[in-house]
Write a protein that binds this ligand. Structure first.
Ligand SMILES: *Cc1c(COP(=O)(O)O)cnc(C)c1O
Length: 383
């Protein structure tokens, strides 16, 4: 349920703002640990989903590592006290500065996405007199069946090294003195709500690992990425994702030697449900075809609907009148600045507070200053 104590203070705070229910986050982290620790699976939090300090701190307290995708994320993770040995660094276009930073701090693995990147890492590590731990991100050519804009694991996507070029990449690594290839990495997409893509991934991983071991590659780490989806349609029915079920897919379908450690990089499923966006109704207007509710949050605070056509549940916190059909839109000068074209809300009037649910992941982090708007503040529940 949307946390009630907030309603007492809601009037004192300028909208729009993000609100994080830390109890939901802690419950989620405990469920995650309960499900992963028993299987000896290692979890890294994909901090691009939400990099707010209080959230990172709770995640760190639960002994979870970090998956970062930029040098600044790496710097923040280190600053907040995450151990370098628990940090993985992915990204299809890392700059020399970013690579140097990762080499300097001896992180768990730099996940390489092209042969050229491996060669550059080798050169930069040589200049630092170091050996960099690297994993190869393999593109398993597998369609996770999610929104095209968040599919990552097919040949048509820019990510990773193809299975066909893997042998060449390994041969090249063998000749390089300053990289230590000790792992492989996958990440097939996001908001995955069915088991099938993960079952298929496990089968590919089993085959690839067998082949690599037969070629004498010394594998310590198999990193299966993230992508576990959350329930956007009915968040209250599923505030905490079913991590038990998720990890069971892997324990049932992976067959790897015991000495290989298995890693995951979860973002959305960890922070998605703890965040809400609170917004106020500025105006209402309508005609025979449509009734608009114009709110003070827009795509500048929450870009997902405009970017991915994504759905977020919207509720009116101020009204209990009989429901009407509305289109809820933001104030930005873009037609895509629409949160939901058809939402049943209690009759809504100027001044009513609305909550947009399930925005903890890829919400606040994507906020922009477009239209010279000021980025929203974040508030946290006090439990
Ligand atoms: C974004 C990302 C993740 C996390 O994805 P979620 O869908 O939020 O779990 C994991 N690994 C990599 C490499 C990513 O880019």
């Amino acid at each position: 349920m949307f946390n009630a104590p907030l309603l007492k203070t809601i009037n004192d705070v300028n909208t729009p703002y993000y609100y994080y229910d830390t109890k939901v986050l802690v419950d989620t982290l405990n469920a995650l640990n309960k499900a992963s620790v028993s299987k000896n699976y290692h979890v890294h939090y994909a901090m691009k989903a939400n990099s707010n300090i209080p959230i990172l701190n709770l995640i760190k307290e639960h002994n979870i590592g970090i998956d970062c995708v930029s040098g600044n994320e790496l710097t923040l993770a280190l600053k907040e006290g995450f151990e370098a040995s628990k940090i993985a660094f992915a990204g299809v276009g890392k700059t020399d500065d970013e690579i140097n930073l990762a080499i300097e701090h001896d992180i768990l693995s730099i996940n390489c996405e092209s042969i050229q990147e491996i060669q550059v890492i080798n050169e930069l590590a040589q200049l630092q007199n170091k050996v960099a731990n690297i994993s190869i991100r393999i593109n398993p050519d597998l369609d996770a069946g999610t929104h095209p804009n968040i599919t990552t694991g097919t040949q048509l996507n820019k990510f990773g090294i193809s299975v066909e070029t893997l042998d060449l990449a390994i041969d090249i690594c063998k000749d390089l003195r300053h990289v230590n290839l000790n792992g492989i990495h996958f990440h097939i997409g996001s908001q995955i709500r069915s088991e099938m893509p993960y079952v298929q991934l496990c089968k590919k991983v089993n085959t690839i690992v067998k082949s690599l071991l037969s070629k004498g590659v010394n594998l310590d780490v198999v990193n299966l990425g993230g992508g576990l989806g959350i329930n956007y349609n009915d968040p209250d029915s599923e505030m905490i994702p079913n991590f038990e079920n998720f990890f069971s897919i892997f324990s049932d379908n992976l067959s790897l030697p015991k000495n290989i450690s298995v890693h995951f990089e979860l973002g959305r499923s960890i922070v998605g449900q703890c965040g809400s966006l609170i917004t106020k109704t500025l105006f209402t207007k309508g005609n025979d075809l449509k009734q608009f509710v114009i709110v003070d949050a827009g795509m500048t605070e929450l870009m997902r609907p405009a970017l991915y056509n994504s759905f977020h549940k919207i509720q009116n916190l101020s009204s209990t009148k009989p429901a009407k059909m509305y289109e809820v839109v933001g104030p930005i000068c873009e037609t895509t600045d629409t949160f939901d074209k058809q939402v049943l809300l209690p009759e809504t009037v100027r001044g009513d507070f609305l909550v947009i649910r399930s925005v903890g992941a890829y919400g606040e982090v994507m906020a922009s200053n477009y239209n010279l708007r000021v980025k929203p503040l974040a508030y946290y529940s006090l439990n």
